[in-house]
Design a protein around this ligand. Structure first.
Ligand code: ATP
Ligand code: LTN
Length: 333
């Protein structure tokens, strides 16, 4: 990594190519990454082995891998400053995950993971073993690169904490092999909620895409979704997570995509109704998506493939070095 310097801390994060990325992924994760590029050694992965923990259509998966990489670039991840790579291209990730399955990860920890409980629902006995073991692969992703900071949305905090616990346990038994990582979660926008059901998070694998604004939605489709988004009872534009969760979510989206402070928005909309607020919010979202998609459409598949191929060599060297250290420590190399 030409960008790696000893004095800069390393940050690592990733997104699964499991559907259409939405403004929740952008606000909670990617926008944070963009602002961290100057200060840190940044490694961003397209975590395709995480995506296959639930069944994917092969053609769509292939497409989503390219799409996510383009989204990283269009959002402002600069390939000159940060490394973007495809997780499955580096076998050290799955090798380390296996070792951590045996050394460090415990059934009791995995049983506590809320994402598994949410995703498996009533089908805990019939979902894949991969879905259950998903956090251990995530720990391997993070620990291979001596990552200090992991910028993610709030839903991933528990997984980063597990990576910390696994690293501490391993270090305790085998010496100081892993750097202990820490999650970085933004104060506002760490959990963007669904447009129609504001009690649940906006999620790219939601079966009802009217709950989400995808980054590649047409601006007109996005406008309709905002206009149809549920609001709370009452008429005032207020930020009140407990009593006005739907409106508070819309205010957060407005503030993040429109670069405005929430208290300022509340002041500006005093005495105005939900209709006017939503119309203006739709304009902000449309402007954001139009600018974003203009950049996205300029990036070719070829450019993306070249970036992924070049970066494979860079990350492979770092990952293999750490894997060798781990193998030596446990006596298999
Ligand atoms: P899936 O539904 O396929 O599990 P997802 O939309 O939850 O996907 P992930 O790939 O799990 O997305 O998450 C990618 C990144 O985006 C993570 O850092 C995650 O915390 C963040 N993120 C996901 N959804 C939201 C959200 N609604 N608000 C803020 N951040 C989010
Ligand atoms: N589980 C994460 C994606 C992910 C990740 C990582 C994030 C896989 N490996 C390593 C940060 C660091 C999610 O957002 N669903």
């Amino acid at each position: 990594m030409e960008k790696k310097t000893e004095t800069k801390k390393t940050i690592f994060s990733g997104i699964q190519p499991s559907g259409n990325l939405n403004i929740g992924n952008y606000i909670g994760a990617i926008s944070q990454w963009v602002s961290m590029q100057e200060k840190y050694n940044c490694i961003f992965s397209v975590v395709d082995y995480h995506a296959i923990t639930v069944k994917q259509n092969p053609e769509e998966l292939k497409q989503h891998i390219l799409e996510i990489t383009k989204i990283y670039l269009a959002a402002g991840i600069d390939p000159e400053k940060s490394v973007i790579f495809q997780q499955s291209a580096i076998s050290a990730h799955t090798e380390l995950a296996w070792i951590l399955n045996c050394y460090g990860a415990r059934i009791a920890d995995l049983n506590k993971m809320t994402q598994f409980k949410d995703k498996a629902g009533k089908n805990q006995e019939s979902v894949s073993v991969g879905l259950y073991d998903y956090p251990v692969l995530m720990a391997a992703d993070i620990l291979l690169y001596d990552t200090e900071l992991v910028p993610v949305g709030e839903d991933q905090k528990q997984h980063v904490e597990l990576a910390r616990d696994i690293a501490k346990r391993f270090n305790n038994d085998y010496g100081n092999i892993f750097t202990i990582p820490q999650a970085v979660i933004r104060k506002e926008g760490a959990r963007i909620m669904s447009l129609l059901e504001p009690s649940k998070k906006m999620s790219k694998s939601d079966s009802n895409q009217n709950n989400c604004i995808a980054l590649l939605d047409t601006p007109e489709a996005a406008r309709k979704k905002i206009m149809r988004a549920v609001t709370d009872s009452g008429t005032d534009i207020e930020y009140d997570l407990e009593n006005k969760p739907a409106l508070s979510n819309l205010l957060t989206i407005y503030a993040q995509l429109g670069n405005r402070e929430i208290p300022r928005l509340v002041k500006d909309y005093r005495g105005k109704g939900y209709g006017e607020f939503k119309k203006d919010l739709a304009d902000v979202v449309v402007k954001f998506l139009t600018e974003f998609q203009t950049k996205y459409n300029k990036i070719s598949d070829k450019e993306v493939q070249k970036i992924l191929a070049n970066n494979q060599k860079i990350v492979e060297a770092i990952a293999n070095k750490k894997l060798t250290e781990v193998k030596r420590a446990i006596g298999i190399s």
